[in-house]
Design a binder for this molecule. Structure first.
Ligand code: MTE
Length: 315
């Protein structure tokens, strides 16, 4: 299979994240906005060539060197129920979603709560490319070159207190732009959570891009979570709120069906989903199934977080 790498980038195509965000702000108010934004790919289908590139991305040693899933699959085979429940729906229905301007509310057990615009929220951090496996609970997987920053680096800035045992995340609520939110398929807004040590683990990132370009709407623009040793649904998209909590926060799929989806949701081939096996997975683009690995292949780095826990019980 063809290995897709980010296409060669001409200097003229390059923009920094802050410049990109400011330009979006400017365009929003300009008479040419519709045309220009369409040109940036907000409503036209995004391709590897038209996606807005990011600069100064350093390569992370924490990346896998497995073959990448093609850009077209990563951006057209999605789960983002706010835009519909079919895999093609997020790409088809997210064109009107406006990820800029964007702000993130930081709340709860920390010394520096507040509302931060996206630029300030991520400004001091250097962007990294992290190529991770994504294992969906539906038993398919992809390999995605995310662009992001370690979540720990962001969280530390808000000085969590000793009472911060968990971190809770919330997706934006915009039924006007997100047609799926007008239907009660899930309880809205989508919420997720991590234990503090999981959130601070070096593998956990906040992604702002993929394939060297800003995140397409369907992948969770402008900011989403990526936790590579957990099932994909922990990777909450389009985050507007981060809260440090003392107690374990509710999570959307656990609220929807607690028998099938637990809080931890670590990839575990030994704990089957009640309706199907988790022992194997289909890598998108491949014909034969492959074995699912404990903690999605990241056991060496994360197994110690769960020492002494019964993973059949805490699924
Ligand atoms: N976040 C929100 N807000 N809404 C969703 O429906 N789906 C989750 C997760 N994050 C979802 C979400 C699921 S089930 C998966 S597998 C991943 O997003 C898919 O991410 P991708 O479409 O970028 O591959």
């Amino acid at each position: 299979m063809l290995i897709k790498r980010p296409p060669d980038i001409k200097p003229s195509e390059i923009t920094s994240l802050s410049l990109y965000l400011r330009r979006r702000e400017f365009l929003k108010d300009s008479a040419l906005a519709g045309l220009a934004i369409a040109g940036l790919g907000a409503s036209a289908p995004i391709t590897a060539a038209t996606a807005e590139k990011l600069v100064n991305i350093r390569k992370s040693p924490l990346s896998t060197n497995e073959e990448l899933t093609p850009f077209e699959a990563v951006t057209n085979y999605n789960n983002f129920y706010e835009f519909g429940t079919d895999k093609e729906d997020p790409a088809a229905n997210s064109g009107k979603f406006k990820p800029h301007p964007w702000s993130v509310q930081v709340a709860g057990q920390c010394a520096k709560p507040g509302t931060y615009n996206l630029e300030d929220f991520i400004k001091p951090h250097a962007l990294e490319e992290r190529i991770y496996r994504l294992r969906c609970v539906e038993a398919w997987s992809m390999v995605i070159p995310w662009v992001g920053i370690p979540l720990a680096d962001v969280l530390k800035r808000f000085e969590p207190t000793g009472n911060a045992k968990y971190v809770a995340f919330t997706t934006v609520m915009r039924p006007n732009e997100m047609p799926g939110q007008r239907r009660a398929v899930l309880e809205w807004p989508y919420v997720e959570g991590l234990r503090m040590d999981e959130a601070m683990h070096p593998l956990t990132i906040l992604a702002v891009g993929l394939y060297g370009a800003v995140l397409p709407n369907q992948n969770g623009a402008p900011l989403r979570l990526v936790v590579p040793w957990k099932y994909g649904f922990k990777g909450i998209k389009s985050i507007v709120k981060i809260e440090f909590t003392e107690n374990q926060p509710p999570t959307t799929w656990n609220i929807s069906n607690g028998q099938e989806y637990g809080f931890y949701s670590n990839v575990n081939p030994e704990v089957d989903h009640p309706r199907w096996s988790q022992g194997k997975e289909r890598r998108i683009g491949e014909f034969l199934k492959r074995k699912t690995l404990m903690f999605n292949g990241y056991a060496d780095q994360v197994a110690s977080l769960y020492t002494g826990m019964d993973l059949q019980k805490f699924y």
